[in-house]
Write a protein that binds this ligand. Structure first.
Ligand SMILES: [Zn+2]
Length: 380
């Protein structure tokens, strides 16, 4: 079994409470989750004679485990937390008996917002068929909440393939549908405290969904978790734009460093799960700077396709990240002139701090695509 090293290590720890305590205390001083996950655990394992590499962790994840997150749960679930869980389970059980199963859904208010929404959605779907499913666990959320994926979600792998072949023909979303013109509004480098909420407001007013390629370091800034949750809850898709967006780390001297890149992706996954719950995952990735800007990207393409993920660039830019700052009207005319004769558009925009011209241009960008009979899709 290819991940036996991690399984053996976990078994060792789980079967020996002394070791478990030692590991906990070795990690308890760390404030940053990633520090102890990526370094302390592995150093500790090293001391026990287990040489765990990043690849082992990624293999472990690809086998259907949650990688580092699972490690955290299995090893770092502290006795206090466990006690709280046991007590709340007992309360939960008693309440569910006394009040009845139909009331059970209302007892989960302390759950993460995402789980609430998901459960509500699921129970709405199932109410008419079967009232006994109220206990069902919230299911996995891939990229966006189900209601939105069902309405306007496109398989990002297919769209990425079409872009690579410069095939911008109309797109069929669900088998049997007629081909449609579709535009994907994509916002990179956020979330920000200033720009993202304004963008969400405009999108909401127009009932348009978009895809946000978020940066891990931004997610961790104060106040951003609420914006991230809002983005997901309002039906937008979230995708991975690496943790630090640091060209010199990801592509030293212009060449992809695959280990650094994968480590950065993993860190974003963990940050997203920390904010949105362990059930959330995204399989859509955008390489900072775009794949064409760097050498040695084949290794990443290969990894992404093996993992059934999507690595996607864009085919239209508004120019809101260029060194010479563009006005809203310049952004709009660039969008219009570049989208001409296209039926498939992946538009690159940014929602990082100071992208105020993007906010100003957004309504007219939406109006333009509406007038041209485009549908708005999300990448999942
Ligand atoms: Zn970027």
């Amino acid at each position: 079994m290819k991940n036996s090293i991690i399984n053996n290590f976990l078994e060792d720890i789980n079967n020996n409470s002394d070791l478990k305590d030692q590991l906990r205390s070795a990690c308890s001083k760390k404030k940053n989750l990633y520090d102890f996950l990526s370094e302390d655990v592995i150093l500790f394992a090293e001391k026990l004679g287990y040489h765990i590499t990043l690849k082992d962790c990624l293999d472990y994840q690809s086998d259907g485990n949650l990688g580092f997150v699972k490690l955290r749960k299995e090893i770092f679930f502290s006795p206090i937390k466990r006690l709280i869980t046991v007590i709340s389970s007992i309360c939960f059980f008693m309440i569910s008996i006394s009040v009845g199963l139909s009331f059970l859904m209302n007892q989960n208010k302390h759950e993460e917002n995402i789980q609430n929404l998901d459960t509500k959605e699921k129970s709405n779907e199932q109410d008419s068929e079967n009232g006994d499913n109220a206990e069902e666990e919230p299911h996995e959320v891939v990229g966006a909440l189900d209601f939105s994926s069902k309405k306007c979600g496109y398989d990002a792998r297919e769209i990425a393939e079409k872009l690579k072949k410069y095939d911008y023909s109309p797109q069929i979303r669900v088998p049997g549908d007629s081909p449609k013109k579709v535009v994907f509004l994509t916002f990179d480098d956020g979330p920000s405290l200033t720009v993202t909420p304004k963008i969400l407001e405009i999108l909401g007013k127009n009932d348009v969904k978009a895809t946000f390629f978020v940066v891990g370091e931004e997610i961790q800034q104060k106040g951003r978790d609420a914006i991230l949750k809002r983005t997901l809850n309002e039906g937008h898709a979230l995708a991975n734009h690496t943790f630090a967006h640091d060209f010199s780390f990801l592509y030293p001297k212009g060449w992809l460093n695959i280990n650094n890149f994968l480590l950065d992706l993993e860190k974003v996954d963990i940050a997203l799960k920390n904010t949105l719950g362990d059930k959330f995952q995204s399989r859509v990735v955008r390489a900072p700077g775009g794949t064409d800007s760097w050498k040695g990207m084949d290794a990443l393409e290969e990894y992404i396709s093996k993992q059934n993920m999507a690595l996607i660039d864009w085919n239209v830019v508004a120019g809101d990240a260029e060194t010479s700052r563009k006005s809203a009207s310049q952004l709009l005319s660039r969008v219009i002139s570049s989208s001409r004769d296209m039926s498939l558009v992946v538009l690159l925009l940014h929602d990082s701090t100071y992208k105020t011209e993007t906010v100003k241009a957004l309504q007219e960008i939406i109006d333009y695509y509406r007038k041209e009979n485009f549908e708005f899709g999300i990448l999942v």
